[in-house]
Design a protein around this ligand. Structure first.
Ligand SMILES: [Zn+2]
Length: 450
């Protein structure tokens, strides 16, 4: 009996979803921040049809027939956020790194959490099991929900070096440039959306990837018309990568301030830059700024297991005493300065957080924190939101031209957040989520307001 009820309720849910996709909806009389970077527009109607934005214009005065109308008076609508640097299936319950975490169930739960928090598209930038390709295909045929997923497959690391994860089926570790080329070929044959690799010496403690290997990876990726994204920390590595035409620097440069010659080189090569400012902070933030953990918005994203870890009696003292904390604080300060200089120079900055990689980088929460960090680094709230939506949407479109995301304009996927407060007044108002729509469908279980 219970089984029958369950099946019936699933049928009902499916029917409701199908209906929602077919029925036209007007989001009525909103303030619109459309992702282009243009100023907010007031008293706007957004007509959604079959998952896409059909029309945007002045608010109606007489309600049209046969269209569902959602009154958005007093609300601000922004496009769904896009993280071009996140991870899936590395952590169990957001709390512990485990080689057993990459399951369909765990990955789906993370995708759903991103989506609930208004992050409607993510790039899982390496450390994926090959299962990711099936999950992505299932999602494209409507069988799997959650944030729209793009993937860099396993990615390419270094024997006995970065990345630290000990899961042989989640990362290639080629011994030679030729082996690295074969790894790229294999990911290309699985239709990875891009190629990720790690260039990191851990302050001289781990073997770095030889330049000949990463040169081979970039070249081979480009042969397959795939973009190459590098994990990077040091400016010398970044300089070499940019000269070799890497497409994306997937973290901030954090060993020293970047100079004008390097910035010029990034501009000439059209290199993308993903600052992931929330990354270093996550090592110490919950110890230095524990009131962050008071909000239900945070707590629901973190989950009970991680909360228990962060509230352990010795957590704060241990974290503050750890040598890595001092380093992370220094790194964060340089990252903030470099972002300001790089953004001011007109380099293409994309949005990403490294959420899901280690405990404390929390899917959904980290993205809202990253917006706050971008503003703390000197950007306006409008500039931060534009990076996280329209600008990163441009990068997504270059990875998969079928995906039109990041703007609220006709023919773009109706991915959006209805906010109860104005994010241009205070960037923290992106957390005041009234509703999330993903491909025109209302996402259930809106996160708590505070
Ligand atoms: Zn990462």
């Amino acid at each position: 009996m219970r089984f029958i009820v369950r099946v019936l309720s699933l049928v009902c849910v499916a029917a409701v979803v199908a209906q929602a996709q077919q029925q036209s909806t007007i989001l009525h009389n909103a303030t619109l921040v459309d992702g282009t970077g243009g100023p907010a527009r007031q008293h706007i109607d957004i007509l959604i049809e079959k998952g896409y934005v059909k029309r945007i214009g002045p608010a109606f005065t007489k309600p049209p027939q046969k269209v569902a109308v959602i009154d958005c008076t007093g609300k601000t609508i922004i496009p769904g956020l896009i993280s071009a640097h996140s991870h899936l299936g590395i952590l169990l319950d957001n709390a512990d790194s485990s080689p057993n975490a990459y399951t369909a169930e765990n990955v789906t739960a993370a995708l759903n959490q991103f989506e609930r928090y208004g992050v409607t598209t993510i790039v899982s930038l390496g450390l994926n099991r090959d299962l990711v390709y099936d999950l992505r295909d299932q999602q494209r045929t409507g069988k799997l929900g959650g944030a729209t997923l793009l993937t860099a497959g396993r990615g390419i690391g270094v024997p006995n070096g970065a990345p630290g994860l000990n899961a042989p089926d989640q990362v290639y570790r080629p011994a030679t440039p030729d082996e690295a080329r074969k790894n790229v070929d294999e990911m290309a044959s699985r239709r990875a959306d891009l190629i990720k690799f790690w260039v990191e010496s851990g302050h001289g403690k781990i073997p770095p990837m030889p330049a000949a290997t990463y040169a081979a990876i970039i070249e081979e990726a480009h042969k397959h018309h795939l973009r190459a994204a590098a994990h990077v920390y040091a400016v010398n590595d970044a300089r070499s990568l940019v000269n070799l035409n890497v497409d994306i620097l997937a973290h901030s440069i954090r060993d020293e301030p970047v100079g004008p010659a390097f910035i010029q080189s990034m501009l000439q090569h059209n290199t993308w830059y993903i600052p992931t400012l929330a990354l270093d902070e996550a090592f110490y933030l919950y110890a230095t700024d524990p009131q962050i953990m008071q909000s239900a918005f945070f707590q629901q994203a973190a989950g009970l297991q991680l909360l228990a870890k962060l509230h352990a009696p010795d957590y704060a003292a241990k974290t503050l005493a750890a040598p890595q904390t001092e380093q992370a604080k220094k790194d964060h300060t340089i990252a903030m300065k470099n972002l300001k200089a790089i953004y001011a120079a007109g380099i293409s900055v994309a949005f990403g957080t490294d959420s899901g990689a280690v405990p404390g980088r929390i899917p959904g929460f980290s993205e809202h924190r990253e917006l706050e960090d971008l503003v703390a680094a000197g950007l306006t709230p409008l500039q931060a939101i534009t990076i996280a939506t329209g600008q990163t949407g441009r990068l997504i479109h270059s990875l998969n031209p079928k995906l039109n995301v990041g703007l609220l304009q006709p023919d773009y996927s109706a991915d959006l957040i209805i906010l109860n407060a104005d994010p241009l007044m205070d960037i923290r108002n992106t957390r005041r989520i009234g509703a999330v729509y993903h491909h025109g469908v209302l996402v259930p279980n809106t996160p708590p307001q505070n």
